[in-house]
Structures are given as C-alpha cells and as structure tokens.
Ligand binder design. Structure first.
Ligand SMILES: O=C(CO)COP(=O)(O)O
Length: 256
C-alpha cells in the first residue's frame, strides 16, 4: 500500500511572519493526523526558519528547485548539498513555471534528478502538458517524453523512492482542476509507462496530482486508485485549506 504525500509548494510567497504563522497553524491542526506524509516547500530564504519551526513534528521540509552544479562560480544558485545540509528532503524539479520562465529542458531536469539521487534527496519530478498540447491530444506523448528523459538516462531504478507530480499546466493556478477521472487516466498511463521498465518500481511510485487542488475537490481526487496525494500551490498558503487536503488524503488511504 502506497503512503500518500501532500506537499505544499509556496512558490514565490511568504515572509518571516507568514512562515511562523502558517507552520504554527499546521502543527496544531495536523497533530494526530496520520496515514499521509506531509511536506512544505517554502522559498529558499525561509528554509532555515521553517526547518526550526517544524522540529519535532511530522512535517517534512522541501524545496522548489536545485542547481545542476555541486559548487563553484554559479551566482544565485543553490546546490543539492546545501539543501541536504539545511534539512530539506523533498525537492521539486521540472515545475512547469521553471520549464516556461527559465527554459529548463527535459535533459536539464533529468540532470537535476540525478544530482538529487546522488545527494540522497527525494526528487519530486513535475510533468504535464499545456492546454494546447491537451487539446491536440498530446498529453500522453508529453508526459512520456518528460519521464523518458530520466528513465532512459538513469533507468527505472532511479524512481525507487522518488515522486512524480502530474501537473497539467492548464490546471495550475486557474481554479480549473482536472476532473478525478481525467487525472486518474493520466496517472494510470504514467504508472503503466514506468511499469514497462520495472513493474515493482511502478507499483511503489508515489504519483501526486497538482493543479488547483483545494479543500473541496481533494477527496474525490484522492479516491482514485492511482492518485497518491497532491502537490498544492495556492491552497498550501492557508493552514485550514492545506490541513483539509492532508486529512482527505489520510482518509482516502485509511478507507482504501
Ligand atoms: O503548481 C502547483 C503546485 O506545484 C499547483 O498550483 P495551484 O494549486 O495554485 O494550482
């Protein structure tokens, strides 16, 4: 049985005050909730503060990006070793915002995946099609291409203990989530695609859905057999909404 993971991607939001308030609210609301792994990915500036604030709770620390270089003259970057040093565990890579605004290629994202595995960190590999690709019927083609960049260079074993987040670009921040049936169909495709290389790895793989997940639609999404939690943007900035999403994942796991 897979353990769902609900992770909050704060994106470019937050302050010292907000970090303190939000984590205090989550600690309080989530104590005693089990059956779901929980992680938060604040901006890199607040990782140390967040690390201290989650101490002793079962909330894990995540980050939103990593550089492909280990150290050296790479102004503005943050390495895998630094993220590990500060206590981060789950690292988002290949988010569509980075693919779009920072022109990150499938190959670059695969290199980041390898760097994280080498550092003993957990890659959360984001994949997903744009609206135009969706309308052109290219969802499966895009998702398999983005996964194959890792599968074909590192092998299926690299996904052991890793996470894939299916985030259709048209659903991110739009309030227009994929329907549970739409998301389930793509998740099943992804799991089957990995299973062609390694069935055991595919069976264990955590497949999160991301894109306008909120406290209203979470339970229905998590009731789908191949949806193992969520990568949450906007709703992760509010303790009550994020808590409700975590509880929905825990309930779905306990019911299933
Ligand atoms: O991009 C996302 C998480 O990484 C999803 O963002 P929203 O939940 O705000 O749609």
């Amino acid at each position: 049985m897979r353990h769902p993971l609900v992770m909050g991607n704060w994106k470019l939001n937050g302050s010292k005050h907000m970090t303190a308030e939000l984590i205090a609210g989550l600690r309080n609301a989530l104590s005693g909730v089990d059956g779901c792994d929980v992680a938060i990915a604040p901006p890199v500036m607040y990782l140390e503060q967040a690390h201290q604030a989650i101490a002793g709770s079962h909330i894990a620390l995540g980050a939103q990006n990593v550089d492909v270089n280990l150290s050296g003259a790479f102004t503005g970057e943050v390495s895998a070793e630094m993220l590990r040093d500060i206590g981060a565990r789950y690292i988002i890579i290949g988010h569509s915002e980075r693919r779009t605004y920072h022109k990150e290629s499938d190959e670059l994202v695969a290199k980041k995946f390898a760097i994280l595995k080498d550092a003993g960190l957990i890659p959360v590999l984001c994949i997903g099609e744009t609206e135009a690709e969706n309308e052109a019927g290219k969802t499966e083609e895009v998702c398999s291409r983005q996964i194959d960049a890792v599968l074909n260079t590192l092998g299926a074993g690299a996904f052991n203990g890793a996470v894939i987040a299916y985030e259709p670009v048209w659903a991110i921040g739009t309030g227009k989530s994929a329907t549970p049936a739409q998301a389930q169909a793509v998740h099943k495709f992804i799991r089957d695609h990995v299973a062609k290389k390694d069935a055991a790895v595919a069976q264990q793989l955590i497949l999160q859905y991301g894109g306008s997940v909120n406290d209203k639609n979470a339970a229905e999404l998590f009731a789908q057999p191949d949806i193992d939690g969520a990568l949450v943007g906007g709703a992760s900035l509010k303790a009550d909404a994020f808590t409700a999403i975590v509880k929905a994942a825990a309930q779905a796991k306990n019911a299933g």
